[in-house]
Structure formats: structure tokens, C-alpha cells
Design a protein around this ligand. Sequence first.
Ligand SMILES: [Zn+2]
Length: 408
Amino acid sequence: MPCFTIDARDPGSRARAGRIATAHGEISTPAFVPLATKATVKGMLPAEVADLGYQMVLGNTFHLMLNPGAELIGRLGGLHRFMGWDGPIITDSGGFQVFSMGHGTVAEEIKARPSRGRAGSDEQREGRILAIEEEGVRFRSYMDGSVQWLSPEGSMAVQAALGSDIALVFDECTPFHVDRAYTATSTERTHRWLRRCLAWHREHGPPGQLVYGIVQGGVYEDLRRESTAVVAAAGCDGVAIGGSLGACKEQMYEVVGHATAELAGAHESLPRHLLGIGDVEDLIRGVELGIDTFDCAMPTRLGRHGTALIADPESRWRVSLAKSRFAEDASPLMDGCPCPACSLGLSRAYLSYLVRSKELTGMRLITAHNLAFIAQRMRSLREAIAEGRLAEVAAALRSGAPSTACFR
Ligand SMILES: [Zn+2]
């Protein structure tokens, strides 16, 4: 039975609004998925994440298999129980993190700019890839230097032990700097791994766990389209778009567009996830291109560093409260924001003081604000599709409309 129901379509773009049904409940789409890489949305309690409007979080195979170990989490009742989150969980396959080590700082390389990967740069130190073989990948753990092995079957077994609602297949995350020949060879291996993941899952996968395939193919239109067609025809429950999305935003939109164009028609009912993307303008454009879910470290990572998201494209949607120029600023972060800091009317001066004093409360408040900011924008886009007003609402959001209240 298909897991995805499309409730509304935007007549002027490929955008759609719908619901993904999982064993732990539904996700209304389009939606952003906060990272719970190491079994926690950093600094936030599960109930706080849900209160901010999130239905699903993303855990990470690679990090959790190294520490504390998938078997332990399995013995303790699975990832939901372990972290106290009873909503849907999607788990990344570990492919991105493993190949980040082999290709240098892929997280920075992958979209040809820093801090835009599927993992935090603070989470990739010291690991090292030892061998990439058809069977799988041997690497050295960043935890204790031990030699570890991850294969398509191994990744699926870890995700089965974690008990996630959506598992991602193990892929080679092709970086930006490699040539077309490498990208083609690597994409073909990813397709063979896809079939092995699905075969393992048919035999051993936990009941109710959905599996998303991952589209690779770098920036090459024919490779992307071919990869999309292979993944869509393989019998996956959904499609994730990964790997190098190009050197600039325009190229990224082109690459994503190739994939979603290929999914139109016969494969329309497969939900589509865009890996590692979360900038405000990319979320809007991604929705217009027909993406249903997104994940990215950005909102939570910025929050921990004292940078708040604001409705101002001129300032790249962000303001650094670590700067002392806010020391006497009595205004709140953002009018109309439902997060604890804004609804309490806390001043930028107070938040800036907390950040500069390295108080944990500051990190928590700004993380919550950033998550609320993104959730609010995704909700506006979702409602706009249902109401047939996406073009108008997308334009308002792009221009920095302060909140939905301003244009409803
Ligand atoms: Zn706020």
C-alpha cells in the first residue's frame, strides 16, 4: 500500500501537499525534519520539538552504530524508546558520513561551500576510510580508532535494530570534485547496493519500516535522470535525493528539478526527500520543485552558535547575537514568532548577553527559535498549496514577510 497521499497540488509548479503514513504516525508535507543525529535534537526535549510543530526527526546510522551501538539501542527497546520520541523517525544510512572520510571534507565540498552537508563538521573529525569495495566500506572509527565495516546489508541491519520508521539505503555519496566517469561508476555501484538493501529488507526488515532509495548522479542531467528512474522502479517506498548538487544554488535547483521531473507521472505517489538542504530560499524553491521533506543541520547548529534566523533576505536570513551591538537592543528576535523567547518577549539584549556569557539557556532558546522559524515557513507553504495561493505566499516569504499573519 502506498505510504503517501497527495491532498493538493499547486497548479503553477510541481509542489504538492500531502501526508506520509508511518508506523508512528503521519507527517504532513511539505515538511522540514530536524536532525537528531545522535539520538537527540541537540539541546531540545522531544516534547519541545513536537510543540514547535515537528512530526519527524532524523537519526544517524553511522554515529549511533559507533556510539552507543545499535544492538544496545535495540536491547533497550529501539530508538524511539531510547530517546523518548514516539513520533516518526527517519534514519540516514551512514553512506554520507563514511564517504565524507574518504573524500576529505565532503560535507563542505558537496555543495561547494561550507556547512551545507548532511553531517556537522564537528561530527566528522578523525575518521578515516580504509577501503571501498563492492561488498562495502572499511573505515577507522573516530570514537576509538577501531576498524569498522559497513555494507548495504549492515546499514539496513543497524536501521532495523534502531527500529526507525523510514530507513535510507546505503549509497556512495558522490562528491563534487570527481569527474563524470567516476560519478557514473559510483552511481552504478549505488544502484547495486540499492538492490542489496531492498533484498535484505524484504527478508529481515522490521514490519512497517519504509525504505527510501537514494538518487545519485552528480550534476549530470542524464545520470541524475537515469538514477532517479532506477530508484523509482526498484520498489522503494520513497526517493531521497543525495550527493553533489552543484556549485551554486541555480545548479542545485536544476539537479533537483531533473530528479522531480523524472518522478512525475507513474512515480508521482513516491514521497521525495531532499538530503541536507535547509536554507530558507532553498526550502521554498525545493517545495516548488516538488520536494516533500527536507533535513539539515543548519537551524540547530546556528542556534548553538548564537545565530538566530530572521525574516530578512538581505542579511541572509540570520543575525549573530554573539555581536555586542545587540547589548542594549530591547526588541524581541521576531514579532509573531511562537517560540518561547519571542512569545515571552525576551529582548535581543538578553539573548545576546546569554550567548556571550555561554549560558546553555541561550543556546536552547535560539535553537528553539530557529526551529520555530523554519516550522512556521513550512506551515505557510503547506497551507498555501492547499489554498491554491503558493505563488503569492512564496513571494511574500522570499521578500521577508515577518510572519504568516502579515499576509493572510
Ligand atoms: Zn522566536
